[in-house]
Design a protein around this ligand. Structure first.
Ligand code: FPP
Length: 253
């Protein structure tokens, strides 16, 4: 008996000439992953860093150029001190352990979010990572850490107001494009694909200006279990969407 050929998995049908310019990920579900195994939440975050490493590799292999991940939100300060400290510790470890390799791979690192409230050693590490990778352009990794979309917008508005008061900017010259350059994402392309893991269906204050026209993909996988397969599936879903940006579908008069 001849069996029917297995259809290729959705993630295998990727058009590498039509990749999203910028993929953003809300890495959700570390706590639930740990709880399901009777482990402390911090272990879930540790496994989350492993998933992040795999995902950066997969994004590079796929030919993506910009990846932004949500690592610590301005609202995450409400968590127990032990968990907040664990997340700070993981950022320290990630930069210390991976920076050399990321530099050699041509990765440019940017850390998005407010620096207010961050410990001085983290500020120094963030600065080191940004400065040492500033000339790289093969792949852009943005780590949103101590990040909140509304806080970012308010901070941009304050800088704009200061520039107008100082005579550096005309109030009438504040366009959407101009405003965007004042955000932490500066001149980066807007994310056109935003993925959230763990089945939750929210943006949670992540890139709320930049994601205005992003295609949203929600996946039923807890972040520590995320890998190349899930990234490819999300990109395949993105490529199957019709993007109209408020216009009409192709062929509709
Ligand atoms: C959300 O899961 C995840 C976070 C708040 C932190 C994400 C952080 C990492 C993946 C690792 C840190 C990486 C670096 C580079 C610092 P959750 O804890 O809310 O999970 P839950 O909804 O299941 O409780």
């Amino acid at each position: 008996m001849i069996s029917a050929p297995t259809p290729p998995a959705e993630g295998d049908q990727i058009d590498t000439t039509d990749l999203p310019a910028h993929v953003a990920i809300i890495m959700d579900g570390n706590g639930r992953w740990a709880k399901a195994r009777g482990l402390p939440r911090e272990v879930g975050h540790e496994r989350g860093v492993e998933a992040l490493r795999k995902t950066v590799r997969a994004a590079q292999d796929l030919g993506l150029s910009h990846l932004t991940v949500f690592s610590f939100s301005t609202e995450n300060w409400r968590r127990p001190v032990k968990e907040v400290n664990a997340l700070f510790g993981l950022l320290r470890l990630y930069v210390k352990q991976d920076l050399k390799r990321l530099i050699s791979e041509g990765v440019r690192i940017r850390v998005l979010g407010t620096r207010v409230g961050l410990p001085t050693d983290i500020l120094a590490l963030v600065e080191e990572a940004e400065v040492k990778t500033a000339a790289n352009d093969t792949f852009n990794l943005c780590i949103a850490f101590n990040y909140g979309g509304r806080e970012e917008i308010v901070r941009a508005a304050q800088t704009i107001a200061a520039d107008v008061a100082a005579g550096k900017l005309e109030a009438g010259a504040i366009s959407e494009d101009c405003f965007s350059t004042y955000l932490d994402t500066g001149n980066l392309p807007d994310p056109d694909l935003l993925i959230r893991t763990s089945g939750e269906l929210r943006l949670s204050n992540f890139l709320i200006w930049q994601a205005a026209y992003a295609e949203l993909v929600f996946q039923d996988v807890l972040w520590p279990d995320f890998g190349a397969k899930h990234l490819r599936e999300a990109v395949a879903q993105f490529q199957n969407r019709e993007r109209r940006f408020g216009g009409l579908a192709t062929g509709v008069a």
